[in-house]
Write a protein that binds this ligand. Structure first.
Ligand code: 13P
Length: 294
């Protein structure tokens, strides 16, 4: 059989992707995908930008499809994409779902045990890291809640902050591959411009050498993204912007369809896909990961 000109790159480990990004100080965009259209649109954007990309799933999306069906859709669509891709489970407090996704082919998981006290969180995160390692997978850790409810997980209340020493000790003793600090960021659209504790990112990276995950990406300014990425936020999470691109483009299209009285689903899908691709490309460019595929 003839080889294609551009060989497909296999799905890569999250750690490899983030360690490269940390070393060269760019951000890998991590989009919370929802279905086949958003998976395909984000992958197309990454391929057009020649950028590595993380696709992440909420627990809600895993439950909506079922693990195997969701993984099957991801695998079928990612197989022939010629840029590095990795599949990550976003905020998951449930050990059974963590184990299920690791067994089902996810490359990394965020074990979100911030509701436990730090000692118990640390003990269980060590177990999750050991379990992930057995499967060649990686782990993001978290000890403070990121404000805002996303897909049914989280709280609108700001959670307690831990000291820098506690966070550094957690990262070193658990050997997590990535860490999600609370720095004044929040999931969903910001109601006012957030004041971010960017120094905490610098301090954590300097003390541990571990890449940070920037949660609550939607609504941050270009300057905030650029600054935090330069300090070591190698993974940048975007969820709300994808949901809005997906749904607002549908709303706009459907209003027009109603006016004209024409109901053609493939035209709707094309319109939504274009909005998702544009949203993803603009974030990838802003985070400096265009042209970073290997
Ligand atoms: P946004 O919904 O604010 O983009 O946050 C995404 C996120 O951090 C997912 O964990």
């Amino acid at each position: 059989m003839e080889e294609s000109q551009e060989a497909a790159v296999p799905v890569v480990p999250m750690k490899e992707m983030l360690d490269r990004a940390l070393a060269d100080r760019y951000g890998v965009a991590a989009f919370n995908i929802l279905n086949d259209l958003t998976i395909e649109g984000v992958l197309a954007a990454a391929a057009e930008e020649r950028a590595p990309v993380i696709l992440q799933t909420s627990v809600k999306t895993v439950r909506q499809y079922g693990r195997d069906q969701l993984f099957g859709i991801f695998s079928a669509l990612a197989r022939d994409v010629a840029v590095p891709v990795t599949l990550h489970l976003d905020h998951c407090p449930e050990r059974s779902v963590i184990s299920d996704c690791l067994a089902g082919g996810w490359n990394s998981v965020l074990f979100d045990a911030h509701e436990l006290d730090v000692a118990e969180n640390l003990r269980q995160t060590q177990e999750v890291v050991a379990e992930a390692r057995r499967r060649g997978a990686h782990v993001e850790g978290e000890i403070e809640g990121i404000q805002g409810v996303e897909d049914g997980i989280g709280s609108d209340e700001a959670s307690a902050r831990q000291s820098l020493e506690v966070a550094v000790d957690f990262i070193k003793r658990t050997e997590v591959d990535c860490f999600a600090p609370a720095i004044g960021n929040a999931h969903g659209q910001y109601k006012a411009t957030p004041t971010l504790d960017h120094q905490r990112v610098s301090d954590l990276v300097e003390a541990t050498g571990v890449p940070m995950a920037l949660h609550g990406g939607t609504g941050l300014s270009d300057e905030q993204f650029t600054d935090l990425i330069s300090r070591g936020c190698a993974k940048v999470n975007i969820s709300t912007a994808l949901k809005e691109a997906f749904m607002k483009s549908a709303l706009e299209f459907l209003k027009g369809a109603e006016e004209k009285g024409t109901w053609d689903p493939p035209s709707l899908f094309r319109h939504q896909r274009a909005a998702v691709v544009e949203m993803a490309r603009s974030h990838i460019r802003l985070f400096g990961s265009s042209g970073r595929a290997w």
